[in-house]
Design a binder for this molecule. Structure first.
Ligand SMILES: [Zn+2]
Length: 224
């Protein structure tokens, strides 16, 4: 673990064999430092392909990247440098991996919220939760126009407190109903994690050619 791109003291060593984890990470592409929640950890397989590790805790050596177009476009040179070994996953494939990992994480988090009874289901329950200040985030099914038309939901959408994801049927299947148009997450930590996961599930791809023509800055820095 001492080899991770943590923003730790020089050399990245820890007297206790890597048990001390610095709270911040460095993006391998843009080199900016930030909290782990703002980045995605990537793990490289023996064949040179990389996969996202959204929980940030998987085995093996990891390297961190912002999940945004500018940084993902530099994924190949950035991660090859960081792992000191070639990386074969294209930026386009990486975006597809992030989208499906984000989608799975949305399902997991909604399932967790259901098990912890931190969900309000349907327009009436959601309006009630909003009225009592309990809703950390609303998830509105992408085919649920009617559910999004209640005053509280409209206000939440305007305030950026709502995300569109899935269909009524899909959302319903996760929360144990035939269909549900809108749910409220009644836990701030789950709401924040869900917000990030939905952003990943909807991530847009890098511009065409971004991965094939890395800028000079990507290849000229650092001789290690
Ligand atoms: Zn970055």
């Amino acid at each position: 673990m001492a080899t991770e791109s943590q923003n730790s003291v020089s050399g990245g060593r820890s007297a206790r064999g890597g048990a001390v984890r610095a709270p911040e990470r460095t993006c391998a592409a843009c080199r900016k430092v930030g909290p782990p929640e703002s980045m995605v950890r990537w793990v490289r397989g023996e064949d040179g392909s990389v996969v996202p590790d959204l929980k940030g805790s998987g085995f093996g050596r990891g390297s961190w990247l912002h999940p945004r177009v500018q940084c993902l476009a530099k994924l190949v040179p950035a991660l090859s440098r960081s792992f000191r070994a070639p990386v074969t996953t294209s930026p386009e494939a990486a975006v597809a991996l992030l989208r499906s990992a984000g989608d799975k994480r949305v399902r997991d988090l909604l399932g967790a919220a259901r098990r912890q009874r931190k969900l309000a289901l349907g327009s009436a329950a959601v309006e009630d939760a909003l009225g009592r200040g309990l809703a950390g985030l609303l998830v509105v099914a992408q085919d649920a126009r009617a559910a999004a038309e209640t005053p509280g939901v409209r206000r939440a959408v305007a305030e950026g407190l709502a995300c569109a994801w899935g269909s009524k049927e899909r959302l319903g299947r996760i929360v144990g109903r035939p269909e549900v148009g809108v749910v409220a997450i009644l836990d701030d930590r789950l709401a924040a994690a869900l917000f990030d996961a939905i952003a990943l599930a909807h991530l847009q791809g890098p511009p065409p050619g971004a991965g094939r023509n890395p800028g000079r800055a990507d290849v000229s820095t650092e001789v290690e």
